[in-house]
Design a protein around this ligand. Structure first.
Ligand SMILES: CC(C)(COP(=O)(O)OP(=O)(O)OC[C@H]1O[C@@H](n2cnc3c(N)ncnc32)[C@H](O)[C@@H]1OP(=O)(O)O)[C@@H](O)C(=O)NCCC(=O)NCCS
Length: 141
């Protein structure tokens, strides 16, 4: 099931998964997985029974653009369609909010994942933690 976390425990596991997948392998501090945008963003979690095994965030930007951020799927659950399902849900959510385009900054390693979902590279963007090259991608929806 895909929905926003609700209880304090669900929010803890939502941010835990972000931390474990996107921050901990690069020795980043706890808390670095969050930012001020979390207050206003839309959050989606993929639930496997009670456990959260995938997460993603949708930011509503000016000019009917949605930005997807902090996509992460639990290590042992990758490659089973969880990420794709989360992406499709966020795209529907963005459409409901009148967005006509999605942008995101993809890690180099994840480019094929987004390309399969019809995102195209616009340009090279930032280098995270001095090593993870990102690429700005977009898709009309
Ligand atoms: C990238 C990530 C979100 C993808 O989620 P996932 O659940 O593993 O991906 P899915 O199983 O939904 O994959 C959908 C399709 O993309 C392909 N795919 C997924 N990751 C891929 C990769 N790194 N390289 C090549 N293909 C990939 C799958 O094979 C699948 O193809 P299919 O539809 O032909 O079967 C997830 O693997 C992850 O969290 N990785 C580590 C963190 C990360 O890099 N996050 C993205 C930050 S921008």
């Amino acid at each position: 099931m895909i929905r926003s976390p609700k209880t304090p425990e669900e929010w803890d596991s939502y941010y835990d998964l972000r931390y474990i997948i996107l921050r901990e392998p690069w020795n980043q501090a706890r808390g670095s997985e969050r930012n001020e945008g979390d207050e206003t963003a839309k959050h989606l979690a993929f639930f496997d029974n009670e456990s959260i095994i995938g997460v993603g965030r949708l930011d509503l930007m000016p000019n009917n653009i949605g930005q997807i951020r902090f996509m992460a799927v639990s290590n042992h659950q990758q490659g089973k369609g969880v990420g794709k399902n989360l992406m499709l849900h966020m795209e529907s959510m963005a459409k409901e909010e009148n967005c006509n385009e999605i942008i995101l900054h993809a890690r180099e390693i994840a480019l094929p994942f987004y390309e399969k979902l019809d995102y195209t590279v616009v340009e090279k963007s930032h280098l995270l933690f001095n090593e993870i090259q990102h690429y700005l991608m977009r898709k009309k929806i």
